[in-house]
Ligand binder design. Structure first.
Ligand code: SF4
Ligand code: SF4
Length: 97
């Protein structure tokens, strides 16, 4: 199985499970405002709390920070933990209401 991030110590590794890719059944997805993201505003490796707390290991510790939406389950922990509120959760599909 491909190792997606060499820095992850590995509680889990994103992989296709019985229910398919987790990103296929999530309702919400995280969107990063890169103008607020600390590593990008500082121009150096810093923060990365989204990477640290993501339970699925789908956030990269890179500049820019990237999220693999194929495996993001939309839990919103990254958005909760982001100090400058650079991540917001948005609906993947707008309902007709
Ligand atoms: S937690 Fe927020 S500010 Fe920190 S690296 Fe992630 S997106 Fe950027
Ligand atoms: S919403 Fe959850 S699974 Fe998706 S990147 Fe954020 S912490 Fe990880």
């Amino acid at each position: 199985m491909e190792q997606r991030d060499k820095y992850i110590s590995g509680i889990c590794t994103p992989a296709i499970g019985e229910a398919g890719k987790t990103g296929d059944w999530s309702d919400l997805k995280p969107v990063i405002d890169h103008s607020k993201c600390i590593p990008e505003t500082k121009g150096k490796a810093a923060c990365f709390l989204c990477w640290l707390y993501c339970p699925d290991g789908v956030v990269t510790m890179s500049i820019p920070v990237e999220i693999d939406l194929d495996y993001c389950k939309g839990c919103g922990i990254c958005a909760e933990e982001c100090p400058p509120n650079a991540i917001r959760m948005v609906r993947k599909v707008e309902c007709d209401e």
